[in-house]
Ligand binder design. Structure first.
Ligand code: RP5
Length: 163
């Protein structure tokens, strides 16, 4: 694959079942991407290195998923001007509401675009990154129009009660 333009990072391999939904979307659109475990509290030096090199490596967006006290997206955003898209991972005891609050409540000045808890959030973060890329790439924009059309057709073909 050519040089990645979207980076997907997650705090643990246990986040993969959620974050793979972002990977699947990027793959279906043919967007060059990479994915990696980067933990804010277990590998803070790696986090800094990843954020500091993101722009020069050509990343246009970073999708960051984490659970619990989910400081990964915010700390990445603190160290790069590449847009960071945060995905709250479901957590064992608080079901990801803790992750959501810790990602969405960034203090003024360092934004993290925050998505829904779990798989829908991961998929939508990928779609949002693709939409940003589509601003400067007519082929990607056309793919997005087709994707919306396929969803429209899917809904129109739904029958009730569901089979
Ligand atoms: C966070 O803690 C990760 O993002 C994960 O969601 C959560 C639990 O991590 P593990 O204990 O499963 O490695 O760092």
């Amino acid at each position: 694959m050519s040089q990645p333009v979207v980076g997907i990072v997650m705090g643990s391999s246990s986040d993969w079942p959620v974050m793979c939904k972002a990977v699947e979307i990027l793959e279906s659109f043919g967007i060059p991407h990479e994915y990696k475990v980067v933990s804010a509290h277990r590998t803070p030096d790696l986090l800094f290195e990843y954020a500091e090199q993101a722009k020069s490596r050509g990343l246009k967006a970073i999708i960051a998923g984490a659970g619990g006290a989910a400081h990964l997206p915010g700390m990445l955003a603190a160290k790069t001007i590449v847009p960071v898209l945060g995905v709250p991972a479901p957590s064992k005891y608080l079901k990801g509401v803790d992750s959501l609050h810790s990602i969405v409540q960034m203090p003024k000045g360092i934004p993290v675009a925050t998505f829904a808890i779990g798989e829908a959030g991961a998929a939508n973060a990928a779609l949002f990154a693709i939409q940003m890329l589509g601003n400067n790439d007519p082929k990607i924009a056309e793919q997005l129009v087709e994707y919306r059309e396929s969803q429209r057709q899917h809904a129109l073909n739904m029958s009730l009660p569901p089979e």
